[in-house]
Structures are given as C-alpha cells and as structure tokens.
Design a protein around this ligand. Structure first.
Ligand SMILES: Nc1ncnc2c1ncn2[C@@H]1O[C@H](COP(=O)(O)OP(=O)(O)O)[C@@H](O)[C@H]1O
Ligand SMILES: [Mg+2]
Length: 226
C-alpha cells in the first residue's frame, strides 16, 4: 500500500547539519498493523509526517499504491492528506472551541465545502456518532475536549482520523501522553480496527506498545531495520 524508498531528511541547525533520516526503506501492505519503533529523537515523527505528506523528504520517494507522492498535483495532495490518510497525534490536537462531535466532523466538512456539506451532513453525522459510540463516547457528544480525560480525547481524535474512511491510519505516539492502562486501551482499539481491516502505521518509543502491532520496523541511525 505504501512504500518508502531511500527517504532522507536533515535539519540545519546553524552551521551543523542534523541527519535524521539517512535512506529509509520499507513497505507496508494493505491490512497490516506496523509499529515504527525508535528512541526519542530518532526521526519517527519526521518519517510519519513524510508518509502523510505533511512534510517532504530532502530526497527519496514515498509511493502510495505505486504512485509517487512527489508527483501529486495540489488537489490530489490535499485529498491524500484529508481522505486517504487519517492522522492521530500524541497530543490529540483537538479544537477546544468545538464539541466532540464537531471535532470528529471537521475533516468531513473540510473535504466537501459548504454546498456539499448540506448534502452529506446527516449521513456524516450518523457516521460520526457511530464511531463515537464504537469508542464508548456516546455520552460525550456535546462535551468540549477540555472536559474529557486523556483516553477520551485520544478516542475522539481517533474517530476524527477515521471519519473520512482513510485507507491508511497514521498514529504518532498515540499512547505517549497516557498512563499505561489507558494507553493499552487505545492500543486495544487500534488492534480491533486492524482486525476489521484497517491498515495502520503506529510510531512509538515503547516496546510494550509496539508488541501490540503485528509487525515492527526499527529506526536505528536514520535507517529502517525489520
Ligand atoms: N523542524 C525541525 N528543525 C530542527 N530540528 C528538528 C526539527 N524537527 C525535528 N528536529 C530534530 O530531528 C530529530 C528527530 O525528530 P523527530 O522526528 O521529532 O524524532 P522522534 O519523533 O523520533 O522523537 C530530533 O533530534 C529533533 O530535535
Ligand atoms: Mg515524535
């Protein structure tokens, strides 16, 4: 489904050059749940952002279903970011002014525009409520994110990532800000989604969390192993 070919990325810090990724190669097939593991600072977030087209590599190419992302036109790229891929972040990145339900609907609204929204609003609202119910949040629809626990926030973020039925779910340390029990709850939700067919790439520095995936890719010295 997605393939990284010789991905390199460095950051310039004054005169020094920090080589974060030095030729990363791997492929993830449809239906897999892959964990990318590496120490803090090893380039996991950088790599995940490149896979999600939120950032660009200095060299190398990401292929999605055999098509190179670097050749996507602007509209195709926007569609890739908004629909093809769903993103979950360590710190949730929910909008505090919006309710839980509105947060989940935001990417759906963004993908169709105002006129289109009138047409699909009811259907998407049903879908959002269905996801929130699946994640045990039916009683939280009109809560604001700051009224939720960490685990509830991350489950809301997960519902938001899934609203546009992404082919690929990218999760950057989704359990990183949660206590161990709550973190394993999120991992259980991810595993269950994967069993239903969702392809997932999850980044983590925690081997115990990585063990919940069905495959591990290690980032060591800027390269992928495994
Ligand atoms: N925009 C940036 N400018 C400079 N250095 C950065 C930038 N983003 C990340 N880095 C550095 O690159 C390295 C890898 O970062 P990151 O991909 O966030 O690692 P990880 O997610 O594995 O902890 C770190 O040393 C970080 O400080
Ligand atoms: Mg990171």
């Amino acid at each position: 489904m997605i393939k990284a070919l010789n991905i390199a990325k460095s950051y310039r810090m004054g005169k020094a050059k920090l080589e974060v990724l030095r030729g990363v190669n791997f492929a993830v097939e449809k239906g897999q749940f892959a964990a990318i593991v590496g120490a803090s600072g090893s380039g996991k977030s950088t790599l995940l952002h490149i896979l999600g087209a939120l950032d660009q590599p200095d060299s190398g190419v990401v292929y999605f279903e055999n098509e190179p992302l670097n050749q996507f036109k602007r509209s195709r790229l926007n569609r890739y970011r908004n629909k093809t891929v769903g993103f979950v972040f360590q710190f949730y990145h929910l909008l505090d002014e919006l309710t839980v339900l509105e947060n989940v609907l935001a990417p759906a609204m963004a993908s169709v525009g105002t006129i289109g929204w009138i047409r699909v609003k009811n259907k998407m609202t049903r879908r959002a409520k269905g996801l929130l119910e699946q994640f045990g949040l039916s009683e939280r629809l009109v809560h604001k994110p700051y009224e939720l626990s960490g685990g509830e926030r991350q489950r809301t973020a997960l519902a938001r990532a899934l609203i546009n039925e992404p082919a690929l779910l990218l999760a950057d340390e989704p359990t990183g800000n949660l206590d161990s029990k709550t973190g394993h709850g999120i991992l259980e939700v991810l595993s269950s989604l994967n069993r239903q067919g969702q392809t997932i790439i999850m980044v983590t520095h925690d081997e115990r969390i990585a063990a919940g995936a069905n495959r591990t890719i290690r980032l060591v010295d800027g390269k992928a192993v495994g």
